[in-house]
Design a protein around this ligand. Sequence first.
Ligand SMILES: [Zn+2]
Length: 282
Amino acid sequence: MTFALTPFSPVADRVYTAVAEPATVTVGLVVGDEAALLIDAGSSPAQGAEILAAARRVAGDVPVTHAVITHAHFDHLFGLAGLAGVETIGHRGLAATLAAKRPPAEQLAELGVADADVVAPTRSFSLATTLDLGGCYVEIVHFGRGHTDHDVVVLVPGRGVVFVGDLLESEGGPWAGEDAWPAEWPKTLDGMLGTLGSGSVVVPGHGAPMSREDAFQQRAELAWYGGKAEELYDANKPVVGAWTDGGEWPWPQGQSEAFLTTAMRRLAEAGRPKRRTLPLLT
Ligand SMILES: [Zn+2]
């Protein structure tokens, strides 16, 4: 497993991103007049410490006081134990997720992380919380379930930037694992999309920053995939074999099949009756 971190580079006035390997995760930094905030912590405590040190170099005289963890996936959370002296913030569902299911031993071994070092943020909230960084307010909001049941969006309205975690991904489409909530995902995004202006910079958890139009486009794609999942579910068709490489499907096969698999499982778990479809439409 190769760990690496790019330098922080600006995406707006005193707002920066860096990319951490092995998961090509984007971490953020917002520097106010009196305090600075990190967004996400990387994949191991050592990487978290490296991110914090790099952030301190960029922030200069302004102390890095807080970090928001967007959700419990390893590439965003496992660096948290390396953020010494920083108050960490997450949705209360993050702590609940960790309490309910510890990370798999193989994953920890692969990353060289001890189970005891995978900890929840020190401060949690349910709907929203704010931070005053000095001349820069940050709003930290849970708009609903999507990529996980505890995704957090960090709004920096004064700087025109929004950090969306893995609710969006600019390369190949977002990833829906077993813990995703595909049917609710587009509506969750609507809350965030409503805050954007024409020049807003949307920073996804993976890939380059997106425009407002890019974000709207991916929201539409998520809804399209939701429709596809219902179509397959109603027709009793499997996910395997549905995807074709002809340009109709917006995302690559892996992302497409992962989303459909979880979406159809959620429909079955909810006991959604199968709708009869006309022969013409099958
Ligand atoms: Zn994730």
